[in-house]
Structure formats: C-alpha cells, structure tokens
Design a protein around this ligand. Structure first.
Ligand code: HEC
Ligand code: HEC
Length: 345
C-alpha cells in the first residue's frame, strides 16, 4: 500500500465526498434517470479511448519476480524512506522527494511522466548524454537529477526491483512502441514569451496552498518526506533535469495540477496559464535550485539534439538562452523546420 497516500489524512474527507458523489451518480444511472451527457463529457470520453490501461497491482504474480515487482513499486512510492539521504537500505538520493511525486500514482497515471512504455523503449539514444542508455542508467539519471544523488550500482537489488516494476507495468507494450498517454499533454504555444509575473498570480491563486509561499512544499510530520513536494529551493529538482524546462513542466502541470482539480482529460489551467506558472517556478533569477557545476561532460555534447526549451547554449540556431527558456517558441520551431534541424522537446 502507498504509505505516502495514507499519510495524506487531510484529503481523506474530500476523497470520501468524491466517493459518495460517484456512488450517487451510479445510483442515478442505474435507476434509469441517466443525466444527459454534455458536449464536454463526450469530448472527454472520446479522448480517453485507447489510452493505455496499466495492469492492476492485484495481478502481480506471487513468485520471486512478483516479489521484486512489489518491492520496486514500494521503492517508487516511498523512495526517500529506502534510498534517501537517511535511507534504510542505501543512501543514494540527495533530497527527500519520491519518484512518485513526479511519476504520479507510481508511474501509472496517463500524461503524468508515467512508465507505460519505458521498458519497451530502452536501451535508447539520449541527446543530453549523447549516448545509448539502458533503462537502469536512465533510472540513475533521475537519481542524479532531479534527486541530486549519486548513482546506484546497476546490479543492486533496488535497481533490479525498480526495473522489474517498470517492466511488469509495460509488459503489454510492444518493443520500441509508444502508447497513448505515455507522453506529455500537447499544448499550444502562444505568440508571446511565457511570463513569470503572470505565473506568480496563477501560483498564488492555485498552488501556494499546497506547495508553499517559497515553493518549499510541506513535510510529513516526521520530516522523512513530503505531503506536498517542493518546487524550488535547495531540496527541489535540479537544474538541467526535465522538469526544469518550462514547456516540459507546463505540460505536466496542465494535465495534473492543481492536484485533485485537474485531470488530463479535464485540465484546470489554460495553456498560457500553465506556461506562465511553469516559467515562474523555473525562473532561476528569482528561484534558485540545486545545480552541479563543472560537469565532466557538458549536457547535449551534440547541440543539434538539444531540447528547444533547454535554457543553456550553445544552440544550433540563432536564438538567445532567454528565448529558448521562456519562448516565444514558434519562431524557434519555424527556424528549425526551415533549416532542417531536429525539433526536440
Ligand atoms: C522531480 C520530478 C522527478 C522525480 C522525483 C523523478 N523523476 Fe524520473 N523523470 C522525470 C521526468 C520529467 C522525466 C522525463 C519524462 C518525459 O520526457 O516525458 C523522467 C524520466 C524517467 C524515466 C524514463 C521514462 C521514459 O519513458 O523514457 C525513468 C525510467 C525514470 N524517470 C525513473 C525515475 C525513478 C526510478 C525515480 C525515483 C528514483 C525518478 N524517476 C524520480 C521526473 C522525475
Ligand atoms: C491540493 C494540493 C496541491 C495543489 C493545490 C497543487 N499541487 Fe502540485 N502536487 C501536489 C502533490 C500531492 C504532488 C505529488 C504528485 C501527486 O501525488 O499528485 C504534486 C506535484 C507537483 C509537481 C511535481 C513534483 C515536484 O515537486 O516537482 C509539480 C511541478 C507541481 N505539483 C506543480 C503545481 C502547480 C504549478 C500547482 C498550481 C497550478 C500545483 N502544483 C497545485 C499537490 C498539489
């Protein structure tokens, strides 16, 4: 069971209300008084068609492989407890976030950095490292950044467990294939740059109650991990990790935040609001975050493979670091098309 979810006592009452609401709706539906479905409902229903449905945890086999899968899931949910700075089985992470703070619902939620097709798509070329990475090496990427940690030995039990869990989750995904819902939600890019000042207002209205005035999140009572994870400051994700890119983050926010209000098929924020708030969170001029200086190998040694919203040059185009970070992105995309350069997000 998810210890983390259990700790979120505050939300139990809301969850209970939702359950009652759903039961009430079901009763209405079963008694024949089905409410007329609105256009919005129809669109939502259409969008959900074909979205990958991960297997239920009750189907994890009761054998040695299944035991590893269960342990892997436990590690993804309660990462800091096991392998955090004061970890009980190893000290690898530099912060007390859990994988599931970003890989929501233990990597099983559509459009929430899930693990649906991860096992099917690795080993894979990664531009940031300019190398073919195995899935275990990719897990270590997240341990180094965003978790500010040191890589786990590739053959240690915890690594094998995490990879076993990811394999079990995506066992029905054909090799090298994507499935619907495994990527981030698409958003439209406005003709202006994302605006951290506008984002500050979005944050104050919709995010501050959980993530805090200084983006510090909220600790569990024993400070072992977070009820609400941090968004900036020294315990948050590192610079150079995927969420530190504005577009990457905005897509996640649009599909998932504010928690309990937004879903990928019924987002809460508009595309512009999601971009603005992502710009506010990731603006290093006002919000510092950990960064490893002087990397032996710089990110994206082959600049042509650099993500459009990566905020450090050099680039294969003529646009500034500021424009790559905040946009407007359309002129950059057009330039890449015109010059036959890769368009990578
Ligand atoms: C602060 C957020 C965050 C945390 C914490 C985090 N990750 Fe990630 N992880 C990401 C993002 C963002 C991506 C890139 C997803 C994408 O490109 O769509 C990613 C990618 C991955 C991938 C590759 C997925 C794929 O399909 O290519 C794996 C595997 C992974 N993470 C494992 C982990 C594990 C295991 C942990 C915990 C030890 C962890 N991550 C912690 C944000 C995070
Ligand atoms: C009701 C509480 C709540 C609100 C409000 C909320 N979040 Fe979250 N947020 C969470 C929780 C809990 C998680 C961890 C993932 C999960 O379990 O859903 C999270 C995770 C995140 C993450 C990824 C993890 C990290 O720390 O990097 C980001 C980014 C984020 N939220 C941004 C936002 C933004 C932006 C808003 C406002 C638009 C917002 N959240 C509003 C509760 C909240």
């Amino acid at each position: 069971m998810d210890k983390l979810r259990k700790r979120r006592g505050k939300y139990r009452s809301k969850t209970a209300l939702c359950v009652i609401f759903v039961i009430a709706l079901t009763i209405v539906a079963c008694t024949g008084n089905t409410p007329t479905s609105t256009e919005a409902n129809k669109t939502a229903a259409k969008d959900t068609v074909g979205v990958f449905v991960p297997p239920d945890t009750s189907t994890i086999p009761h054998d040695p492989f299944g035991d590893m899968v269960r342990y892997g899931r436990e590690l993804v949910v309660n990462t800091a407890y096991y392998i955090g700075p004061e970890g009980t089985v190893g000290k690898y992470l530099g912060n007390k976030m859990n994988c599931a703070h970003c890989h929501v619902d233990a990597g099983t939620r559509p459009f929430a950095f899930n693990y649906f097709s991860a096992h099917a798509r690795y080993p894979q070329y990664r531009g940031r490292e300019n190398k073919i990475l195995t899935l275990s090496e990719r897990v270590n990427n997240c341990i180094e950044r965003p978790h500010s940690g040191t890589p786990m030995p590739l053959d240690c039990k915890e690594m094998v467990a995490i990879v076993s869990y990811i394999k079990w989750l995506g066992a029905n995904v054909p090799v090298n294939q994507h499935v619907k819902g495994d990527e981030s939600l698409e958003i439209e890019y406005p003709n202006r740059a994302a605006d951290p000042e506008k984002g500050a207002l979005v944050y104050a209205e919709n995010c501050v109650s959980c993530h805090g005035k200084d983006g510090e999140g909220q600790w569990t009572p024993d400070s072992a991990t977070y009820i609400y994870p941090p968004l900036w400051g020294k315990w948050a994700y590192q610079h150079g990790s995927s969420p530190s890119r504005v577009v990457k983050l905005a897509r996640f926010i649009k599909a998932n935040m504010p928690d309990k209000k937004a879903t990928w098929h019924k987002p809460f924020l508009t595309d512009e609001q999601a971009l603005d708030v992502a710009a506010y969170i990731n603006d290093d001029r006002i919000h510092p975050r950990p960064e490893k200086k002087n990397r032996k190998i710089p990110d994206y040694p082959n600049v042509a493979t650099k993500a459009i919203d990566y905020d450090r040059g050099p680039y294969s185009d003529t646009f500034s670091e500021l424009q790559h970070k905040f946009g407007p992105y359309k002129p950059i995309v057009d330039y890449h098309k015109e010059h036959k350069l890769p368009i990578i997000w």
